[in-house]
Design a protein around this ligand. Structure first.
Ligand code: SF4
Length: 194
């Protein structure tokens, strides 16, 4: 088991090193560096956001600005401490002015996410915001209808929910997000992971 643990950590670290040299899209020209992702590589659940913001770009870590601090609180309230989950973004480089990444940028970055997925093999994936939802489940999905629902793709279930930054802008989203995280907690209980 120790060998398996070491291998997964090493493979993920090696992938992160490779990603740091990526210039597969123009976003790399306008950011300080690639924000690969962090967390528990053995977690049954992965959270995928939109892209790094200014603080994330400066620190090289995902979800560490105001939205990240809110995500930490939501995770704690749902009895999912941050260190127990894996967190990344659909694009690994900060879009200029924190704009939403466009589909070609998300598609250019997807190979990194696919490799993260292949290494971590989460059973559940939570899509934080519409960009990640559209990039992974397809365009045309409306967050008002899709949030809190599980979408099965192969061995993995995906749930869209509102991005914490949207909750910061609109406090009426607090309740639906809380209800979505209750469902996430229940799903983890259902598969014996809590
Ligand atoms: S956003 Fe993704 S694809 Fe584009 S340069 Fe950064 S790591 Fe590469």
């Amino acid at each position: 088991m120790e060998q398996v643990t070491q291998n997964r950590l090493e493979i993920l670290a090696s992938l992160a090193e490779k990603a740091r040299t990526c210039h597969n899209c123009a976003l790399r020209d306008g950011c300080r560096g690639v924000v690969f992702g962090e967390g528990n590589p053995f977690s049954p659940i992965m959270f995928i956001g939109e892209g790094p913001g200014q603080t994330e770009d400066e620190l090289g870590m995902p979800f560490v600005g105001k939205a990240g601090q809110l995500l930490d609180k939501i995770l704690e309230a749902a009895e999912l401490p941050r260190e127990t989950v894996y967190i990344t973004n659909i694009v690994k480089c900060r879009p200029p002015g924190n704009r939403t990444p466009v589909m070609p940028e998300m598609q250019a970055c997807l190979p990194w996410l696919r490799q993260q997925y292949a290494i971590i093999r989460p059973k559940l994936i939570v899509l934080l915001g519409l960009a990640a939802t559209h990039g992974i489940l397809g365009e045309g999905i409306k967050m008002g209808e899709a949030h809190g629902k599980w979408f099965e793709r192969g061995q993995t279930k995906f749930m869209p929910t509102y991005h914490p930054a949207a909750v910061l802008r609109n406090s009426s989203l607090r309740r639906p997000v809380w209800e979505d995280f209750q469902k996430i907690h229940e799903a983890l209980q259902g598969i014996g992971e809590i």
